[in-house]
Design a protein around this ligand. Structure first.
Ligand code: CAA
Length: 257
């Protein structure tokens, strides 16, 4: 697929997807979502890629779903567009996904960042769920993921007032991993991505699945799930390599097998 709304680059074992509709602050229209899902799917299947970064530009990660595309839509049209199937695919990306956020991450943009496993923010990042100002509410997981990330009362305030919060506030509330100067946010995301990419890929993938499981299961079910994945990793060559390397006092060489 030839992309016109995103850019895809690869640096060693890290795939980088850059949202690229700068004129509209990377508003997420249907085409961008289709391209994004295609790129994520390709990188997720590519054995040479071990971690994926999602980013925008300094001014905007993404200012939300494309309002122009939605303004006159009927519920049936929205239903037939089946756009949430694309979001579901993003939710199922098995490799670690890092959001490198600068500028606006609003509405669907904030929700997209929250689909990622780690969020690195620039000092200029602004997060918000402003849908209430448009007469709607978050539709791509905002009410659920924001609440789990920052708690009921803070989520309620953001969703009900539509007000944005600063990167520092997001950091204090646990919505982002860390805040760095604007010239460093992508570098910092790459640094974390390289660190993850040096680890055992199957273990990283199953560890991600296990952490995410905690959001939709009881502690009992989650512990059982974790245990099964833990046993499963002893079937990998990387487990043998990792433990032998430790005992032989050398760096492991993980192959993803
Ligand atoms: N959809 C479509 N176009 C958008 C957009 C969006 N979400 N956000 C910004 N744009 C466009 C603007 O229309 C403008 O285009 P023109 O130059 O053609 O007029 C361009 O991007 C630049 O935007 P502004 O001139 O508004 O820039 P600003 O600096 O004055 O304001 C902003 C920036 C505060 C982010 C403002 O653009 C804004 O409020 N955007 C909308 C944010 C929003 O409501 N997002 C939620 C969308 S609904 C959603 O996401 C639903 C869901 O859960 C999936």
């Amino acid at each position: 697929m030839a992309y016109t709304t995103i850019l895809v680059t690869r640096e060693d074992r890290v795939g980088i997807i850059t949202l690229n509709r700068p004129d509209v602050l990377n508003a997420l229209n249907l085409q961008l979502m289709e391209e994004l899902v295609d790129a994520l799917d390709t990188l997720d299947r590519d054995e040479t890629i071990r971690c994926i970064i999602l980013t925008g530009n300094d001014r905007a990660f993404a200012a939300g779903a494309d309002i122009r595309e939605m303004a006159e839509a009927s519920p049936v049209e929205l239903l037939l567009r089946n756009q949430f199937a694309r979001w579901d695919r993003i939710r199922r990306v098995s490799k670690p996904l890092i959001a490198a956020v600068s500028g606006y991450a609003l509405g669907g943009g904030c929700e997209l960042a929250m689909h990622c496993d780690i969020i690195i923010a620039s000092e200029t990042a602004r997060f918000g769920q402003p849908e209430i100002n448009l007469g709607i509410m978050p539709g791509a997981g905002g009410t659920q993921r924001l609440t789990r990330a920052i708690g009921k009362y803070r989520a309620m305030e953001m969703v009900l007032t539509g007000r944005m919060i600063t990167a520092r506030q997001a950091e204090a509330w646990g919505l982002v991993n860390r805040v760095v100067p604007v010239e460093l946010y992508l570098e910092e995301a790459k640094r974390v991505a390289r660190e993850i990419a040096a680890r055992a890929p199957v273990a990283a993938r199953l560890a991600k699945a296990s952490v995410l499981k905690s959001f939709d299961t009881t502690i009992e079910g989650g512990l059982d799930y974790e245990r099964m994945l833990f046993y499963l990793l002893f079937a990998t060559e990387d487990q043998k390599e990792g433990m032998r390397a430790f005992l032989e006092k050398r760096q492991p060489e993980f192959t993803g097998r």
